[in-house]
Design a binder for this molecule. Structure first.
Ligand SMILES: Cc1cc2nc3c(=O)[nH]c(=O)nc-3n(C[C@H](O)[C@H](O)[C@H](O)COP(=O)(O)OP(=O)(O)OC[C@H]3O[C@@H](n4cnc5c(N)ncnc54)[C@H](O)[C@@H]3O)c2cc1C
Length: 200
């Protein structure tokens, strides 16, 4: 069983994984089993070109960030299990967490982070009750969000990125994923506010 499983390998999912991974030397996190389902086919990064993101060189493609993000996650935090080439089709509750079913396997996790983007083509069964029209997108685009408070849908179930109700900007989606990661780390650290900073 995973302690935390992230669904989606786009901006918010990868950012969440990087921050969770960076806590590996903290006593409260070093025994945690963390995974990410790195499906990237439908990421909005596939078509994006970035000129307006702080720290990202102008002209960087979203596609290159998808690749380098996975490489960076593996190089720095290889203890995070990357689950490739699987698409989540169903999420359900269990007595002590969640069952995540993909087109190939099934996984259990105490905490699940849904970071699959805000398209209304979302096809994960079990989320129907949380889907509402997106509060910060043009109505004609039919974007959706999963109703949440501070990224929490219900106990143990988080949403990050555009699907959490944020406008679609790379920095916002990444920040949302990082935010969820620090909330999970805070939970694991018995409620003590937690962040992970490396220093020169
Ligand atoms: C053409 C274009 C240009 C853009 N230009 C800019 C820009 O210049 N500046 C800027 O700041 N932002 C820009 N953006 C916005 C930016 O790309 C998004 O805000 C950001 O990618 C949203 O991140 P996210 O994590 O919410 O979703 P995504 O990055 O879309 O990630 C969602 C992930 O979930 C995966 N997924 C979906 N369904 C499933 C499933 N069932 N199971 C498992 N995984 C699943 C997808 O494959 C994807 O990897 C642009 C977007 C587009 C489309």
């Amino acid at each position: 069983m995973f302690d935390a499983l992230i669904i989606g390998g786009g901006a918010s999912g990868l950012s969440c994984a990087l921050v969770l991974g960076s806590a590996k030397d903290k006593a409260f996190a070093n025994n945690k089993k963390i995974g990410i389902i790195t499906h990237q086919k439908t990421s909005h990064l596939q078509e994006a070109l970035f000129n307006n993101v702080l720290g990202v060189p102008s002209g960087t493609t979203g596609k290159s960030i998808l690749t380098s993000g996975l490489e960076k996650l593996y190089a720095l935090y290889s203890h995070i299990e990357q689950i490739e080439k699987e698409k989540v089709i169903k999420l359900s509750k269990t007595s002590n967490g969640f069952l995540v079913e993909t087109n190939k396997n099934s996984y259990t996790s105490k905490i699940v982070v849904i970071a699959v983007g805000y398209t209304d083509l979302i096809t994960i069964r079990g989320l129907e009750n949380y889907i509402e029209p997106h509060p910060r997108a043009k109505v004609e685009k039919s974007r959706i969000w999963l109703k949440n408070k501070d990224h929490v849908i219900e106990n143990g179930l988080y949403v990050a990125g555009t699907l959490a109700g944020w406008r679609s900007q790379f920095a916002i989606a990444s920040g949302s994923g990082a935010h969820v990661a620090t909330d999970i780390l805070t939970l694991w650290n018995n409620g003590e506010h937690t962040k992970v900073h490396d220093k020169v």
